[in-house]
Ligand binder design. Structure first.
Ligand code: FES
Ligand SMILES: [Fe+2]
Length: 460
């Protein structure tokens, strides 16, 4: 037997050699990741600078800032961000950082306010980000040059929205938002076009942290392979509901009725990726009573996919939309290499009747709540992965290979009618548990890390 090498000699690698951490050899049927990608604090720091602080990030929903003075706060990587609707109805996004001495300005997650007062020395900003008060300015003996300086909040370098979702960037040099999203827009439409008047996060959210790297959620949000092991207790609850036991109304979809159902994974440019599977119970979708109206509004292809398919998706780097047991949007915020904050929203149609909304909420609570039947199991396995990898006793990970033998490039018979053109796809059954779905995000990870090393810092 060979000795196990737990030295950190790998840390001597030259700067910028990020592809050395991803063993990507399609011709040999090999795709492996080195565990450093999840455990190295120096890489975490570079991820914040080169990925989060240089590309588009999901910020929130247009419905959260639809009226003057509505606001919410969030983060792009480590950087606090304030999104606010001004008096004139225009939405702006700013660094949530006071210009005086850099205190984080607004500590409230969401609300409505004409102004934001810094807790330190009392500078005040209006809902358009303008500085409207410098405390005791007339007593301050400022030099006249002080008045030549803009004291307002620093606006983000880019802001855009698509179908009710707001994105922002600290970097002006990002592709147009629609180009960045590319064909992922088909799947965003499946979620955000369900409501005649658009979609909104149902008030409230599930928020928690886990002691693991942010990319465990990136992976697991697309991981169909773990369902029958990690979520065995949930599967057993579904078995019991099938025979009328337990709470048969807890979940709107019998998630695992058919382990042989068709599945597919699609990878897109910019690291976005989707996993889909059949939904055997379309009549339990909240919009099913209005399916004909929906069909007229969005067309047959989208209405069919909304009804008879489930999907999990990633908008790289840290937003996930899933339409399976419930329709949810998740964001995961990296706090440290081994600490991540999760926020999950249950989405509902704006103005929908209480019955539909109740149906959505019961399904969301059942699976996705912090104390639901699935989320705690996931958090535990992320922490166990972090603990196992942090020992340094294992190097290359083998969890990226399922589906490599079935990989197709470009369009196929499934994607053609949808009008989408993935970079690569893999078809199978639920039991095939495709792991090729992770390849596009990690290729993008390496691309952005290398590009970031070569570029100037993105800080405004
Ligand atoms: S840091 Fe905000 S007023 Fe001083
Ligand atoms: Fe899970």
């Amino acid at each position: 037997m060979d000795s196990i090498d737990i030295s950190d000699a790998h840390r001597q690698r030259p700067a910028g050699s990020f592809r050395a951490l991803i063993d990507d050899r399609p011709d040999d049927g090999v795709f492996r990741l080195h565990r450093d990608v999840y455990t190295d604090p120096a890489l975490f720091d570079l991820e914040m600078r080169h990925i989060f602080e240089r590309s588009w990030s999901f910020l929130g929903f247009t419905s959260q800032v639809s009226q003057p003075h509505d606001f919410f706060t969030t983060h792009i990587g480590r950087v606090p961000v304030l999104v606010s609707c001004g008096e004139d109805g225009s939405v702006g996004a700013f660094l949530n950082i006071c210009r005086h001495k850099g205190a984080e300005l607004c500590a409230v997650r969401q609300g409505k306010s004409k102004s934001h007062v810094c807790p330190y020395h009392g500078w005040i900003y209006d809902s358009s980000g303008r500085n409207i008060h410098i405390k005791d300015q007339d007593q301050g003996a400022y030099h006249p040059s002080f008045d030549q300086v803009d004291h307002g909040l620093v606006p983000l370098a880019a802001i855009g929205s698509y179908k009710g979702l707001i994105f922002g960037s600290l970097n002006a040099d990002v592709p147009p938002l629609e180009d960045f999203l590319g064909d992922m827009r088909f799947f965003i439409d499946l979620a955000m076009e369900q409501g005649e008047n658009g979609m909104e996060p149902i008030p409230g959210r599930t928020q928690y942290t886990y002691r693991g790297n942010w990319k465990f959620q990136l992976d697991n949000g697309l991981d169909s392979y773990h369902l029958t092991s990690t979520h065995l207790s949930f599967m057993r609850a579904l078995d019991r509901r099938r025979v009328g036991e337990g709470n048969p109304h807890g979940n709107q979809t019998d998630f695992f009725k058919d382990s042989h159902c068709d599945t597919a994974s699609f990878g897109f440019d910019h690291g976005h990726t989707v996993f889909t599977m059949d939904n055997t119970e379309p009549h339990r979708r909240p919009f099913w009573p209005y399916i004909d109206k929906l069909r007229d509004r969005v067309g047959d292809a989208k209405a069919d996919w909304m009804s008879i398919k489930m999907f999990n998706s990633l908008v790289f780097p840290n937003m996930q939309l899933a339409h399976n047991t419930a329709l949810i949007l998740r964001v995961f915020r990296p706090i440290a290499v081994d600490l991540t904050e999760m926020t999950s929203y249950c989405l509902g149609a704006i103005g929908e009747p209480p019955g539909e909304r109740g149906m959505r909420l019961r399904a969301f609570e059942d699976f996705y709540n912090a104390a639901g039947l699935a989320t705690p199991d996931d958090s535990v396995v992320y922490e166990r992965c972090q603990q196992g990898m942090a020992t340094g006793a294992i190097g290359w990970l083998q969890g990226f290979s399922r589906g490599l033998g079935a990989l197709e490039t470009g369009q196929n018979d499934v994607t053609r009618p949808m009008g989408i053109n993935p970079v690569e796809s893999s078809m199978g059954t639920l039991q095939s548990g495709q792991e090729v779905v992770y390849h596009p995000p990690y290729r993008e990870w390496a691309r952005l890390m290398e590009a970031g090393e070569a570029a100037a810092p993105a800080y405004p």
